[in-house]
Design a binder for this molecule. Structure first.
Ligand code: GLN
Length: 489
């Protein structure tokens, strides 16, 4: 197989070809860079491509392999990173003008870990500004398009991360998920995305949006690829105080264990009004497939999940308003010209932040202000506890919770951009999992009958039980077979 053909396959296939020397990392990286050059003008997945660095890393990987020092299946494999991860010496913007020109002095832990595994980064991926959005349209730089239909959004906020994998530009990517930003774009682009348990993957060097919710995770074309990437980046990091010390499971070891005997919880509230019929059909098809595989469907209830979006839009903006206070024109990126210090702060923030971060800063500051704290923020935190309890009760009766990722398939660019509330509702099924700090996964479960667009199945697991999620996802993936490659690019 040629390097260009290998790009359509899995990481495991690429790793096998690298190991038996039918391809070099240099050839694979050149093929990926050529694919980016050929497609990204239309797709817009990358904010920055770093070819020199990539080619150097590929040569170093080939040299290791020649010495018999290859570091495992990711060594020499082209990947890319959401532009929210700090990369030493490579501009990092979080999709915002306020970080234009900012070059981080160190790498995020996940970046270090991917590098240590030998992965070759091609550059930084497009995203909604500060990860606020569900369509990538809040990127201050350019829109990203869905490789299945360029008139549609790839989802967000990790739109570039999902689109780059779906369009076969790279084998895998990292994104972050605060309220659905890995799972929603994975569903819209027909790839696998994993939002790990809060604390499973280090947030050190990840530009903060809502610190009690943010969690990095992988995208891959297959469940095994996502498992491989997750295994490479997961695990304790003393530089992130919320990072868990629990040992990381071997996600590949149990992957082929099948779904026989698995109890799949189906929340009754997730199949009500608002779920588009074409999405429901595909999701129900997946649930029926689980039954054929020997799993048992059990109805569960998440009675408080309907308050998740409301609670999230208090908690996340509250944390964001505090996190974004650091962008004052002094320490990072943009600095507006002004004659006095206070004016410089104000002018930098006025020019540097786009409309969505400004909206969130105002919402968050209001929710935290004296006199309103109890009514809003504190109450939202209580709702969060209730949602977590709903899941605890569900998990007394099932091993994974399954349902839709999104109410619709990928919507059109421009369709919701003027209606923040409609945009927020795109995350109605993904946000409960973040509020409860649980692991969630999005897996393609077929194409929408009318639209020909991918539909995602969401699986939510017990805390730190990513292994069961991945095994369950793999069982369905094997049963269904792969989606065709997207025709849009
Ligand atoms: N769409 C949600 C928001 O705008 C979630 C974003 C995310 O997960 N980063 O906040």
């Amino acid at each position: 197989m040629s390097a260009a053909e290998l790009l359509s396959g899995s990481i495991q296939e690429a790793a096998a070809a690298l190991d038996d020397r039918t391809v070099s990392s240099l050839e694979l990286t050149q093929a990926a860079l050529a694919r980016v050059a050929e497609t990204d003008g239309r797709l817009g997945a990358f904010l920055a491509v770093t070819p020199e660095r990539a080619l150097d890393a590929a040569r170093a990987s080939d040299a290791r392999r020649a010495r018999g020092d290859a570091r495992g299946p990711l060594d020499g494999v082209p990947v890319a990173l959401k532009d929210i991860f700090l990369t030493q010496g490579v501009p990092t913007t979080a999709g915002s003008r306020i970080l234009e020109g900012y070059v981080p002095p160190y790498d995020a832990t996940v970046v270090e870990r991917l590098q240590a595994a030998g992965a070759v980064s091609l550059g930084k991926l497009n995203m909604d500004e500060f990860a606020m959005g569900s369509s990538n349209e809040n990127s201050a730089y350019k829109p990203c398009h869905n490789p299945w239909d360029l008139a549609r959004t790839p989802g967000g906020s990790s739109g570039g991360s999902a689109a780059a994998v779906a369009a076969r530009q790279v084998f895998g990517t990292l994104g972050t998920d605060t309220g659905g930003s890995i799972r929603e774009p994975a569903a819209f682009c027909g790839v696998v995305g994993v939002k790990p348990t809060y604390g499973r993957v280090s947030r050190f060097g990840v530009i903060a949006f809502a610190s009690s919710l943010d969690q990095p995770g992988p995208f891959g074309k297959t469940v095994a690829d996502a498992a491989l990437l997750l295994g490479a980046v997961a695990g304790h990091d003393p530089r992130d105080a919320t990072s868990s010390t629990r040992p990381v499971d071997d996600y590949l070891a149990g992957l082929e264990g099948g779904a026989a005997g698995l109890r799949v919880g189906v929340p009754r509230e997730w199949f009500q009004e608002g779920l588009e019929p074409g999405v429901e059909r595909a999701v129900r098809g997946a649930l029926a497939a689980y039954e054929r595989l020997g799993a048992k469907l059990v109805e569960v209830s998440l009675p408080h999940a309907k308050y998740a979006v409301a609670a999230y839009y208090l908690i996340a903006p509250a944390e964001a308003s505090s996190n974004l206070a650091r962008y004052d024109g002094v320490r990072y990126g943009l600095r507006a010209k002004a004659s006095a210090l206070k004016e410089m702060y104000a002018e930098t923030r006025e020019q540097g932040f786009g409309p969505e971060p400004k909206r969130r800063i105002m919402l968050g500051t209001y929710a935290l202000s004296a006199g309103y704290y109890d009514a809003y923020y504190l109450r939202a935190q209580k709702v969060r506890t209730l949602i977590r309890r709903d899941f605890d009760e569900a998990f007394a009766r099932c091993d994974v919770v399954a349902g839709p990722v999104t109410p619709t398939a990928a919507f059109r660019l421009g369709e919701k951009v003027d209606d923040p509330l409609q945009m927020y509702l795109a995350d109605i099924y993904t946000i409960p999992c973040n509020l409860a700090a649980l692991p969630g996964l999005s897996l393609p479960c077929g194409l929408h009958e009318g639209q020909g667009l991918p539909v995602g199945l969401q699986l939510v697991g017990r805390p730190f039980d990513e292994a069961t999620l991945l095994r369950a996802a793999r069982a369905l993936e094997r049963e269904q077979g792969p989606l065709p490659a997207p025709a849009g690019v």
